[in-house]
Design a protein around this ligand. Structure first.
Ligand SMILES: [Zn+2]
Length: 50
């Protein structure tokens, strides 16, 4: 059965489940966790990442 991989956020450095990272259109996981990405894109255009 599939296991959930771990990934380290490049911003906060926490090791989180891959599901805590947004999946981009390319199918790759973003380097920032959802928490950091939300803050990061807060002043930008969220639709760029969704
Ligand atoms: Zn983070």
């Amino acid at each position: 059965m599939p296991t959930v991989g771990k990934k380290t956020c490049s911003k906060c450095g926490r090791s989180l489940k891959e599901t805590d990272f947004f999946k981009m259109k390319t199918g790759e996981r973003c380097d920032l966790c959802k928490d950091c990405l939300t803050q990061y894109i807060d002043n930008r255009k969220p639709e760029t990442f969704l």
